[in-house]
Design a protein around this ligand. Structure first.
Ligand code: FE2
Length: 363
C-alpha cells in the first residue's frame, strides 16, 4: 500500500533479555532447533553484554544478558525475569517510521541512528510499547553485515531443526486492552481482525478479553489480552503479577508440518500443556474431518488441538512456560486457510492452563 503512513515489511527480530544468554542460546538451539548464527560480547568488542542470534526459517531471535549488576539489561531481568524486550520490525525507512510514530502519539525509546561501517549503512530507531517492551525499526536494505554492528558470525547449527518457518503472531498481556488496541491503530495504522469477549473466553474460574490487531496483510498479527473479572485469579493476572507488568505472553511459531515439529520438540525435551481425552471425543463430532488433511488419532497422541471455520482449519499446541516464572510460552501452529486463533479451543486450553496454575498455588 503506497499511502500506508507506517509501512512495515515484517518482523526483523525478537530480542529476549535473559539471565544467562549462553545457556538460553543452548536451549533454543537444542530444544527448539534454532541455528546459532552470530554472537556479540566482550570477544567482539561489546563490553557490557553477551548476545546470541538464533535463526530458523524466517525466524530471528536474539538472547541477551547484561554483564554488570547495574546495567539496564540486568535490571530488566531482575524485575521481569527472562522475557521479551524488543519486537523489532523491518521497515523501508527507520527515520520516517520513528517520526511518524512520534507524531501519532508514540513515546520515543531510541532516536534514529545511521550506522556506517565497512558492511554498509544500517538505520535503527525505537519506540516504547506496553510495559518495558519496545519496537525497534530496522532498515537493513543497504547493510550486508551479520545482524548488527558488534556481532560476528558464530556457526552452531541445530542438531535437529524443528521445521519452524515464520512468526504467526505475538501476543501481549496488558492491564488495559483498549488503550493498546488504540495505540496500534493510531500509531501503526493497524485494524482489528478479531475481538473475543469474556463470554467466549471464560471457564468456570477465569476469564479474559482479547482483541487482535493486524497490519491488514497478515504479516503482523498482535493479539492483546486483558484480564476479565472471574471467580479466581485469571492466567493474565498471574502473568502480570509475575512479569511485574505488561509484556509478551506467547509467540506463535508457524510450521508446515505440526506433527513432525511436535515430535521433534518432544524428543528434545519441550513440554506441552496436557489435553484430556474428552477434548478429542468432542472434536470428532465438532469438526468436519472430510475437509481436513489431518488424522485425529495422531493429533490425540501428541495433544495437538484443531479448529475449523468457513475459511479452512488450523492445528495448534501450546508449550508450558519456558522459564521459571509463569510468563512466556510458545504456540506451534499449522494453518490451512483459517485466519482464526482457535476460538473453539479456548475453553479446553484455559482449563489446561488453570490446572498448571493450580499446581503453582496461584489460582
Ligand atoms: Fe496464539
Amino acid at each position: 500500500m503506497t499511502n500506508d503512513p507506517m509501512p512495515l515489511l515484517g518482523y526483523d527480530y525478537i530480542e529476549f533479555y535473559v539471565g544467562n544468554a549462553r545457556q538460553a542460546a543452548y536451549y533454543y538451539r537444542t530444544a527448539f532447533g534454532f541455528d546459532v548464527t552470530a554472537y556479540a560480547g566482550p570477544e567482539t568488542g561489546v563490553r557490557d553484554r553477551s548476545s546470541y542470534v538464533l535463526e530458523q526459517g524466517e525466524l530471528r531471535f536474539v538472547v541477551t544478558a547484561g554483564l554488570h549488576p547495574d546495567h539496564e539489561i540486568t535490571r530488566h531481568h531482575h524485575l521481569h525475569g527472562d522475557g521479551v524486550k524488543d519486537v523489532a520490525f523491518a521497515v523501508p525507512d527507520a527515520v520516517e517510521a520513528y517520526e511518524v510514530a512520534l507524531e501519532r502519539g508514540a513515546d520515543p525509546y531510541r532516536k534514529p541512528e545511521t550506522i556506517e561501517s565497512d558492511d554498509g549503512t544500517l538505520v535503527l530507531s525505537a519506540i516504547r510499547a506496553y510495559g518495558d517492551t519496545i519496537h525497534t525499526f530496522v532498515d537493513r536494505s543497504r547493510y550486508g553485515g551479520v545482524f548488527l554492528p558488534g556481532y560476528q558470525p558464530h556457526h552452531l547449527p541445530a542438531p535437529r531443526p524443528a521445521g519452524f518457518t515464520h512468526i504467526d503472531h505475538v501476543v501481549c498481556n496488558v492491564e488495559h486492552m483498549d488503550e493498546w488496541a488504540r495505540f496500534y491503530a493510531d500509531v501503526m495504522g493497524f485494524t482489528q481482525l478479531h475481538h473475543f469477549d469474556d463470554e467466549q473466553i471464560s471457564t468456570e474460574y477465569t476469564a479474559l478479553m482479547s482483541k487482535v490487531l493486524w497490519d491488514g496483510e497478515g504479516r503482523i498479527k498482535l493479539p492483546i489480552n486483558e484480564p476479565a473479572e472471574g471467580r479466581k485469579r485469571s492466567q493474565i493476572e498471574e502473568y502480570l503479577d509475575f512479569y511485574r507488568g505488561p509484556g509478551v505472553q506467547h509467540i506463535a511459531l508457524a510450521t508446515g508440518d505440526i506433527v513432525s515439529t511436535v515430535e521433534t520438540l518432544k524428543a528434545q525435551g519441550i513440554q506441552f500443556l496436557y489435553v484430556p481425552g474428552t477434548y478429542y471425543e468432542d472434536l470428532r463430532e465438532r469438526l468436519d474431518w472430510s475437509r481436513m488433511d489431518a488424522e485425529i488419532d495422531r493429533l490425540a497422541e501428541l495433544g495437538i488441538l484443531a479448529d475449523q471455520d468457513d475459511e479452512g482449519y488450523l492445528l495448534q499446541i501450546f508449550t508450558k512456560n519456558v522459564q521459571d516464572r509463569p510468563t512466556v510460552f510458545y504456540e506451534v501452529i499449522e494453518r490451512h486457510g483459517s485466519r482464526g486463533f482457535g476460538v473453539g479451543n479456548f475453553k479446553a486450553l484455559f482449563e489446561a492452563i488453570e490446572r498448571e496454575q493450580a499446581l503453582r498455588g496461584n489460582l
